[in-house]
Unconditional design. Structure first.
Length: 149
């Protein structure tokens, strides 16, 4: 996944390889809108791939966070920046910074809640696959929050 620049639009694209990087398919634009900006927003996005090879992506356009699968319209999750995604046994967990707080979206997509003040979230899955671990920065310190899946 990368942020392209075509005709002034800084949109996210996905490209894949089925032979470990020997050859690549055609790049696909993610979502239907355009992010018109004459700069690099320095905020890419994140992706995960399921066991069948299907990708799910999260990314930012302007100050909105979107979830998208290649070839499908994007789904707006909320405002913010620095989204990350984690594949779990129950679906995809997502975290992002909204204003000065970290938002967490449950893998079933039914709940979104704050993990508290912070920025720059990262997600990992516990060894037993039952807990999402979210690390982020708060006032120069690293915070570790856990969410039971």
């Amino acid at each position: 996944m990368f942020r392209n620049k075509l005709d002034g639009a800084r949109n996210m694209y996905l490209i894949s390889s089925n032979d470990k990087g020997g050859h690549f398919g055609k790049a696909q634009k993610l979502g239907t809108g355009d992010y018109m900006i004459n700069a690099c927003p320095m905020d890419g996005g994140d992706l995960t791939v399921d066991s069948k090879g299907a990708a799910t992506t999260v990314w930012r356009r302007q100050m909105e966070i979107y979830l998208a699968r290649p070839g499908n319209p994007e789904i707006r999750l909320g405002s913010g920046r620095t989204p990350v995604i984690l594949r779990t046994t129950k679906g995809n967990a997502i975290a992002w910074q909204q204003e000065n707080a970290i938002q967490f979206r449950s893998p079933d997509g039914l709940k979104t809640f704050s993990l508290g003040k912070g920025q720059y979230p990262k997600l990992a899955l516990s060894k037993d696959l039952k807990t999402a671990i979210c690390t982020f920065e708060r006032d120069g310190q690293i915070v570790v929050a856990t969410v039971i899946l």
